[in-house]
Design a protein around this ligand. Structure first.
Ligand code: BES
Ligand code: ZN
Length: 624
């Protein structure tokens, strides 16, 4: 064992000597205890993947991918095994570059983690894994019926946090950065996109098939490898941005996304160059389980953000901001996902301020603050899950801590040290850690070394408390109470006297409308709900955030009239953030709601991604 430790040390110090933040260079593995990822079987200090080369064919009938992955490996001297993460894919052979067959073995699976795949590589430092992946949890195979065009099938993937180990044989940990390339064979009616730069037009690849190539020459955490395939077209948005979608949606998508290029410019002005070349997006079918996913050079988006008036494009600012926070500087493990999501939510709001002005930015920030307060009131100020650095990686508290408390931490720091110093500090953080993993402890040390001016300021900032303690520190920079003064007065008027001002509603921003809906009394009778719907046309809303809040309120009051609307929404949309709370609301309604939930879920479930069924199965008590 001591023998091995010596090798490991040698290896680690050799890696640390590699030039910092060179995009194509693989970053050193962090070896501090807080950087260890307990959700991987990989032992990167002994042997790590540095490059993945995929050669895969998509099989829409069999709903699977098959082919090979060739891995480049860097290993400590003398190391003769490498451990990968394996969750469901089936390996048929592993070979070295000279064609020699290498022994491999799947170990015991652990809940939610898959199993270790140990390859005895000897002194080989490149291995090719022949494999296939059916029923991979990351991949969703849509039938033509689940697309807008209804003619062709569709494939989409979701890798974060630990799903890519269901279809890519590699070390699936955010601290183990890898470059990658891919060749993907697909039916010739379909176009394939990935989270890497495209090698150009498809080439013929046998009867009725063609092949696309992709390359990511910057080292990325493997959760960011993503694929989509369907009957899709492209529309240019700006010199380095564009959007993909099904043909029938491309116009609406491009129009909703017309601020993208300005957002990239604004982000660069704030925190330094955009380092990924192009910024393209794909608007997926509504089955996509998230609002957005920051896959490099190809952000994945739900179509439910399209409201017709760009009122929900904070989502775009968010996914774009991940090009710095998350994709450039990456949480070393998922206990520090606030480093990805919280920093991004702060950055998102700064972009929104640049593009749409301070009023909209302040309102969106005030909504986030209300979310923190509501969640803390629910779970308690002392709940351990309410610290930014999470002792264990629970997915339970929702967005209020990791996203919103994370953003409010940086807002608070900004308000104390001033915007100028704060922005300079954050830009150097991105620069100095570019293409590398990071931990909370590193962020804290960096703030102490490069931001905090003196003892008095250190005391005022309460950095350690913000990162490691539950609840909300006393120095939090609260949002301007005036942000929603008018709307809150209107909600109070309705609460006190059931009076409505539909003219005012017509002039409100989406944030104001969301605030108003959240501020209504939770108990309303049928007549009151009907009056609200009549005056504000809520059931006909084309803004899905508003429609969702309305459906939630109406179902909470066992309102029969919205049931068909809710049913259509739940069957059509697979975005977990909307779907899970609506099923939860129905289940809370006992004898009235449970049968509706069960009936609708039976219909909707086949159209959901595993991310969404994973959550809703538990809510509805579904068990096969
Ligand atoms: N990276 C996240 C999505 C994610 C988080 C997937 C954790 C898997 C595990 C993405 O950037 C995100 O935060 N999406 C939000 C959008 C938002 C807060 C504007 C969403 O999907 O709602
Ligand atoms: Zn995010």
């Amino acid at each position: 064992m001591r023998f091995l430790a010596a090798f490991v040390l040698l290896f680690v110090s050799a890696c640390t000597a590699a030039p910092d933040n060179d995009a194509s260079q693989v970053a050193p593995i962090l070896t501090t205890e807080d950087a260890v990822d307990i959700q991987t079987f990989a032992q990167p200090e002994i042997a790590r993947v540095t490059h993945v080369s995929l050669d895969l064919e998509l099989d829409f009938e069999g709903q699977g991918v098959s082919g090979s992955a060739t891995l480049d490996i860097e290993a400590a001297e003398g190391a003769d095994t490498i451990i990968l993460d394996q969750d469901g894919y089936v390996v048929s052979a592993v070979t070295a570059a000279d064609g020699a067959e290498l022994p491999f073995e799947t170990g015991e699976a652990q809940d939610g983690k898959g199993a270790p795949l140990t390859i005895t590589m000897g002194d080989a430092r490149q291995v090719t894994i022949a494999y296939s992946a059916n029923n991979a949890a990351a991949l969703q195979w849509l039938t033509p019926d689940q697309t807008a065009g209804k003619k062709h099938p569709y494939l989409l993937s979701q890798g974060q946090a630990t799903l890519n180990r269901t279809w890519i044989p590699t070390q699936d940990s955010p601290g183990i950065r890898q470059t990658w390339d891919a060749r993907i064979v697909a039916p010739e009616e379909l176009t394939v996109v990935m989270s890497g730069l495209s090698g150009g037009d498809a080439e013929a690849a046998g009867e009725g098939k063609h092949a696309f190539t992709f390359e990511m020459d910057k080292s990325v955490p493997p959760y960011l490898i993503a694929i989509a395939a369907g009957d899709i077209v492209f529309q240019e948005l700006g010199p380095r941005s564009g959007v993909w979608s099904e043909p029938s949606m491309i116009e609406a998508a491009a129009s909703e996304l017309s601020d993208t290029e300005a957002m990239i410019d604004a982000a660069e002005k704030l925190y330094g160059p955009y380092r990924w070349g192009r910024y393209d997006m794909i608007v997926l079918p509504p089955a996509f389980p998230y609002g957005g996913m920051e896959n490099p050079v190809m952000t994945f988006l739900t179509p439910t953000f399209i409201a017709g008036d760009r009122s929900l494009t904070g989502l775009i600012a968010h996914e774009l901001a991940h090009s710095w926070s998350g994709n450039l500087v990456t949480n070393a493990n998922w206990t520090d996902s606030w480093l990805n999501e919280g920093v991004t939510s702060y950055f998102e709001n700064r972009i929104v301020e640049e593009i749409y002005g301070k009023k909209r930015a302040d309102q969106e920030a005030a909504l986030a603050f209300a979310n923190i307060e509501e969640t803390l009131a629910e779970v308690g100020m002392d709940a351990p899950g309410t610290s930014l650095h999470q002792a264990v990686n629970l997915d339970s508290i929702g967005s209020a801590i990791i996203y919103d408390k994370g953003a409010y931490f940086l807002r608070t720091v900004e308000s104390i040290v001033g915007r100028e110093r704060f922005d300079a500090w954050l830009e150097q953080w991105f620069d100095n850690h570019a293409f590398q993993p990071a931990t909370s402890a590193m962020m804290l040390a960096d703030m102490e070394a490069n931001l905090v001016k003196d003892e008095a300021e250190a005391e005022a900032l309460m950095l350690r408390e913000w990162i490691y303690e539950p609840g909300l520190p006393s120095n939090v920079a609260k949002p301007d109470p005036a942000a929603f003064a008018e709307v809150d007065a209107a909600a109070k008027l309705f609460t006190d006297s059931r009076e409505l001002n539909d003219a005012a509603w017509g002039g409100w921003t989406s944030a104001e409308r969301q605030r108003f809906l959240a501020g209504l009394p939770r108990r309303l009778n049928e007549a009151e709900l009907a009056a609200l719907d009549e005056a504000l046309k809520l059931s006909d809303s084309t803004n899905n955030e508003e429609l969702f809040l309305w459906l939630e309120l109406a179902l909470e009051n066992q309102n029969e009239r919205v049931v068909p609307i809710a049913e259509e929404f739940l069957v059509n949309v697979g975005r977990r953030k909307f779907v899970a709370p609506l099923f939860e609301t129905l289940m809370d309604q006992g004898a009235w709601g449970e049968p509706i939930a069960t009936r609708v879920y039976a219909k909707a479930r086949p159209g959901y991604h595993s991310v969404t069924t994973g959550t809703v199965d538990e809510i509805v008590g579904f068990s096969g």
